[in-house]
Design a protein around this ligand. Structure first.
Ligand code: SF4
Ligand code: SF4
Length: 61
């Protein structure tokens, strides 16, 4: 299982919900773009996938 950001869908997001919703601080906002900085802390809980307004986050297994 792994988590991925589709940057085509993610483009121009104004909410950065992914950064705010993840209790494990897996994402970091860098130059207005979310980056996965701590994959090892991700519990694959699926919250970011559910809350992303552009459906840009996928958990694939
Ligand atoms: S919430 Fe979704 S669309 Fe917005 S920055 Fe995060 S991954 Fe991109
Ligand atoms: S699946 Fe859960 S722990 Fe992993 S990045 Fe998303 S919100 Fe954070």
């Amino acid at each position: 299982m792994k988590i991925e950001i589709d940057y085509v869908k993610c483009k121009d997001c104004q909410s950065y919900t992914c950064v705010d919703c993840c209790a494990m601080a897996v994402f970091s906002l860098q130059e207005n773009k979310p980056v996965i900085v701590d994959f090892d802390s991700c519990t694959l809980c699926g919250i970011c996938e559910d809350l992303c307004p552009k459906k840009a986050i996928k958990i694939e297994g």
